[in-house]
Design a protein around this ligand. Structure first.
Ligand SMILES: Nc1ncnc2c1ncn2[C@@H]1O[C@H](COP(=O)(O)OP(=O)(O)OP(=O)(O)O)[C@@H](O)[C@H]1O
Length: 554
């Protein structure tokens, strides 16, 4: 159960509200037992009172009638407020869990997240965190209610009939101890498998849907669909095991309730015949026993989901317990010196190999010295490490050996915000957010006015896109909206870089996929915009070499 500890610690922040939820659940349970018990007594006592006219006239119908109504109002109100309070606590808890999880994930990107597929990570973030709400709602609350409900019933029984304590204690106490253990064992393996299978199915489905075009073109769709169906069948198999265990739990508790009732009636009937116990009290005990089994009923289900909850917690811990490969000092230990509009970049003896990579290092003892305001192109055969160099400069990874200094300051001595502010990066793959064109641009400069955004769009030639209803900046991009061509995506990436106004620009293939005319135009913009700035541009093409001062072959 150690995997649950980090999450239980987060529960502390909402302990008051969660405690109130449990108290309200207990109030609702007590009212439920009271309602059944009093109703049983009332019906029996009324029947007995009705045997003679004298007793019928003397019988007080009003007080127990009011009691029945009172209990039913308290039960309804208790259940209502218990739901409101406990669900509100759960939502707050889920929000805290998500923020905490995101806080753990962020420093891992990108190096530490490489082993997780996107859909799998999303599944952990959504479904596995959701599963943790079971811990409070379906496990903790029913368990506490069941324990207190059973103890309360046995104490109540002991007040009226010591003989009734025997069947109640003999059945309810072992049930309280054994049902959780039994159903945890029965549901554990299938529960864990359900969590795992849901993750696998979502990941496969995501691949199947996003790769639909390729699958159809290459005729691989039936094979892929069969794999998705196999994952689904696996999930259904495990779910049906859980459903059978659940059915068994309901049957077992129902049989136990029936047997306990018969036993209780047997011993209390003897007491009633002997005159030691009033008939209506016997009815109270019988119906209170049935109500107590209502409190026991959720226990098997609760412990059945424990396997799923533990697996979800373990899957989240797999992510959160990783140490970030790159860590930044919280405060700047040194600041880079900006010379004019640019910064100098010095790389000495840089070596790097991706974790788990076989063969030679991507970079081995690489040196580079770039003056402030110098513009260089980095060329070399495919796979020689050009993009890796840019990623090392922006600290996506730490080098295995060697040093990098920007503006005379070693990059590991800069806080993350200083490093991000000193450079603007255009990566090889541009991420287009499912958002408006304006929002996609504003990730580079939150304060940029619409005029500034339009000016940049004109410069990179994206002003010719067909605008949304409210104008070009409101055009919806991304998966759900208008897809951009490869060349348009590159120009969006370039527009972001130009908006940043940083002294150091790292551009990875900025003109890839552009026709010669557009490329010329973009290079002209780049030439004008990068005067005085330091530019490191990775390229395979000849045209961009026109705008640089020096070419470095890797
Ligand atoms: N995240 C990664 N994990 C493991 N290996 C990687 C990773 N990224 C790149 N590589 C490998 O490192 C080598 C250098 O990759 P890199 O992307 O830096 O090359 P490049 O020179 O930019 O290539 P291209 O010109 O094709 O873009 C390649 O062999 C590549 O397969």
């Amino acid at each position: 159960m150690r995997e649950l500890l980090p999450f239980l610690k987060l529960y502390r922040h909402h302990s008051l509200q969660m405690g109130l939820g449990i108290i309200l659940a207990l109030v609702a349970l007590a009212a439920s037992v009271g309602l059944l018990a009093l109703s049983g007594w009332f019906i029996t006592a009324t029947a007995i009172a009705g045997l003679t006219l004298a007793t019928a006239q003397a019988f007080n119908f009003f007080t127990p009638g009011a009691g029945v109504r009172g209990f039913s109002i308290v039960r309804t109100a208790g259940r209502y407020f218990e739901r409101v309070v406990s669900h509100d606590a759960t939502f707050k808890l889920l929000a805290r869990l998500r923020v905490w999880f995101y806080g753990c994930v962020e420093p891992l990107a990108p190096a530490g997240l490489r082993r997780f597929r996107q859909a799998d990570l999303l599944n952990r973030m959504v479904a596995d965190i959701d599963a943790l709400d079971n811990l409070y709602l379906r496990l903790l609350t029913p368990l506490i209610c069941a324990i207190l409900g059973v103890v309360g019933l046995i104490v109540l029984a002991s007040l009226f009939s010591p003989a009734a304590v025997v069947p109640l204690a003999a059945v309810l106490l072992p049930a309280l101890l054994l049902l959780p253990v039994l159903f945890y064992r029965l549901g554990n393996r299938a529960g864990q498998a359900v969590t795992e299978a849901k993750g696998q199915l979502r990941t496969r489905l995501h691949d199947y849907v996003t790769g639909q075009a390729e699958l159809l073109i290459f005729g691989a769709e039936p094979t892929y669909r069969a794999a998705v169906e196999e994952e689904e069948a696996q999930l259904i198999r495990q779910q049906s095991i859980l459903a059978r265990v659940n059915g068994f739990a309901v049957a077992l508790v129902t049989v136990l309730a029936g047997l306990t009732l018969v036993w209780l009636l047997w011993v209390t009937a003897a007491e009633v015949s002997a005159g030691g116990l009033a008939g209506p009290i016997m009815a109270i005990l019988a119906l209170a026993t049935l109500a107590a089994f209502e409190a026991i009923m959720p226990l098997p289900g609760a412990f059945q989901v424990l396997g799923q909850v533990r697996r979800s917690a373990a899957r989240l811990n797999e992510v959160t317990r990783q140490t970030p490969m790159v860590s930044f000092p919280s405060d700047n230990q040194e600041s880079p010196v900006v010379d004019g509009k640019g910064v100098a970049v010095t790389v000495k003896g840089l070596s790097f190999r991706y974790p788990g990579m076989m063969g030679e290092s991507v970079l081995a003892g690489f040196d580079l010295s770039v003056r402030a305001g110098e513009r260089i192109a980095i060329t070399g055969h495919t796979g020689c490490g050009k993009s890796t160099l840019l990623q090392l400069l922006s600290r996506d990874w730490n080098p295995d050996a060697g040093t990098i200094a920007i503006g005379g300051c070693p990059i590991e001595r800069m806080s993350e915000s200083t490093l991000r502010n000193v450079m603007a990066v255009m990566p090889q793959r541009i991420h287009v957010f499912s958002a408006t064109l304006r929002d996609n641009l504003r990730i580079a400069s939150e304060q940029a006015s619409d005029e500034a955004l339009m000016k940049i769009l004109c410069q990179v030639g994206l002003d010719r896109l067909t605008g949304g209803e409210d104008g070009l900046l409101d055009l919806w991009l991304g998966q759900g909206g208008v897809p951009l061509s490869g060349g348009e995506q590159r120009r969006l990436g370039l527009a972001r870089v130009l908006l940043c106004d940083s002294p150091l620009l790292l551009l990875d293939e900025p003109t890839e996929g552009l026709d010669p005319d557009t490329e010329d135009r973009i290079l002209q913009v780049l030439n004008d915009a990068t005067h005085g700035k330091t530019l490191l541009m990775v390229t395979h093409r000849k045209a961009p070499l026109r705008v640089v001062d020096r070419i470095v072959a890797l």
